[in-house]
Write a protein that binds this ligand. Structure first.
Ligand code: CP
Length: 303
């Protein structure tokens, strides 16, 4: 693994290795031990969009590993005045050992990786959210003790989370049912990749089908960052896609719920469902820290 720009291209074993390393960092952290595997390393944290979890967990995780994380808002850089991403990449690559970037377009992230000369990690784009989905897999494995054979359902927008969930969950042997409203399909190339898994993948328009017999249910906001102008249309199109108690009743009795946060209660998830599954959801948020440490350690410290 030279970069983490998306989950496509990672093998089952590579994904499981990341989860194993993350489990070990978590186990040690709970014992009060934080290995200094990034001693002397500097990581640029470049954000063109808002973030609570990704930014703070990276800053804390890199600190715990003995490295330096520098938060850089894209608005404060010369990128905001038109400096090309290729030039920003070549400059940051001369100062930093790695770059984590949250930006709008996957093509900008790819350019950063192409020109920087150092490992680049996606902090989320319009196409993928790989750190989040690795975290989800870690959390599901913690709760269920396995991943292979589990039935996952996703109810919502076929956007970046859906793309990464399809790729990541299928790679580790899960059965995937995505329920997206008409017109909100996942990316075409992701659907092509999913075809290789045959019956393990289903794309449907009825959210009840995604919920039925699920071991884990995922949802995400209906209006992602940058889509605010579509809010009215999206509320109309996503009506009936709320993960509520009636829908949870279709799933297995021990079905868990994952949400990347922030959550809009009463929209994609009902308040009572959110609160009933809050431990799972906030364990998921906590695990961002451990997964990010694992990814950086694999890229920079040969873990
Ligand atoms: N889940 C997630 O990426 O959270 P933030 O947008 O707060 O970073």
């Amino acid at each position: 693994m030279k970069h983490l720009l998306k989950l496509g291209g990672l093998s089952r074993d590579e994904i499981l290795h990341i989860l194993d390393v993350a489990d070990e960092y978590k186990r040690l952290h709970k014992q009060g031990v934080d290995p200094k595997d990034l001693q002397g390393k500097a990581v640029a944290l470049l954000f063109a969009k808002h973030s609570t979890r990704t930014r703070t967990s990276l800053e804390v995780g890199i600190y715990q590993m003995g490295g330096l994380g520098t938060y850089l808002s894209a608005n404060d850089l010369q990128t905001a005045r038109g400096e090309p991403v290729q030039d920003t990449a070549r400059v940051l690559g001369r100062y930093y050992d790695a770059i984590v970037c949250r930006t709008y377009k996957q093509t900008d992230l790819d350019a950063l990786a192409q020109y920087s000369g150092v490992p680049v990690v996606s902090g989320m784009t319009d196409y993928a959210h790989p750190l989040q989905v690795l975290t989800d897999l870690m959390t599901v494995r913690e709760y269920k003790g396995k991943l292979e054979g589990l039935r996952m359902g996703f109810i919502g927008d076929g956007y970046n989370m859906a793309n990464s969930l399809i790729v990541g969950c299928l790679a580790v042997g899960m059965q995937v049912t995505m329920a997206c409203p008409k017109g909100y399909r996942p990316a075409a190339d992701v659907l092509m990749q999913a075809k290789a898994y045959g019956d393990a993948f289903r794309l449907v328009h009825d959210p009840d089908e995604a919920a039925r017999d699920a071991d884990v249910l995922f949802t995400d906001v209906w209006v992602s960052m940058g889509m605010e102008r579509e809010t009215e249309r999206r509320y109309r199109d996503f009506t009936g896609f709320t993960l509520d108690a009636d829908r949870m009743a279709l799933a297995k009795p021990d079905c868990m719920v994952q949400h990347p946060l922030p959550a809009r209660r009463g929209e994609e998830i009902a308040t009572d469902v959110f609160e009933k599954h809050a431990n799972e959801i906030f364990d998921e948020a906590e695990n961002r820290l451990h997964v990010e440490k694992a990814v950086l350690a694999i890229l920079l410290a040969g873990k």
